[in-house]
Design a protein around this ligand. Structure first.
Ligand code: HEC
Length: 167
């Protein structure tokens, strides 16, 4: 009987413990995201890409409220194909990105570009609810990457860990 209780306790505690560990790991990663050690040229390109992304996202609001689906389609396509980054990276810069940034960065980047493709598709199909949905998913995706890799720029996005709530 005691053994059974032990097993039950363990099966409750273990996932909770690994959750706590995950959030700590997350925080550690946020501090050493790697972006800050990129060479100046590459970091400059990344920054330009981000500003272009932001302009693109902002242009979607007036297009959406006026039913300009084709403009949303064009913008989403540009975002999907990357404004600057993917198109102007040299081979050695691609190598540098992969050696400095963790696989999680590329997963988040891939997810983001997938969502841009979905937004393009929704605009093509002239489906306002879907456009709104994917626009909002993309916003979440921006903040989700920033919360891990750009906390030096956006400290408010650092995930709050459980123990910080206690105090
Ligand atoms: C896969 C990760 C990732 C995604 C997705 C992402 N960003 Fe970023 N973003 C970054 C990183 C990393 C930085 C910090 C760059 C630096 O410090 O040089 C950044 C910085 C920025 C900046 C500040 C640029 C500057 O130099 O001042 C803006 C604005 C920005 N992002 C907008 C966006 C918007 C809008 C989206 C979504 C439409 C987005 N980002 C999606 C990683 C991402």
């Amino acid at each position: 009987m005691k053994k059974l209780i032990c097993i039950i306790l363990l099966s409750v505690l273990l996932p909770a413990m690994s959750y706590a560990e995950d959030t700590h790991k997350h925080k550690g990663q946020a501090k050493a995201s790697g972006v800050e050690v990129l060479s100046p040229d590459l970091r400059n390109l990344l920054s330009k890409e981000m500003k272009a992304l932001q302009d693109g996202m902002m242009s979607i609001i007036p297009a959406y409220v006026s039913g300009n689906w084709s403009e949303i389609e064009t913008t989403a396509e540009k975002i999907k194909n990357s404004y600057i980054l993917k198109q102007s990276l040299t081979k050695s810069q691609v190598k540098e990105l992969h050696s400095v940034l963790s696989p999680e960065f590329f997963e988040k980047d891939q997810k983001f570009h997938y969502l841009a493709g979905m937004l393009e598709h929704a605009a093509q199909s002239k489906k306002p609810e879907l456009i709104n949905f994917y626009f909002s998913e993309m916003n979440k995706s921006c903040a989700s990457c920033h919360g891990v890799f750009a906390t030096h720029k956006f400290p408010a996005l650092i995930p709050v860990t459980k123990d910080e709530h206690v105090h």
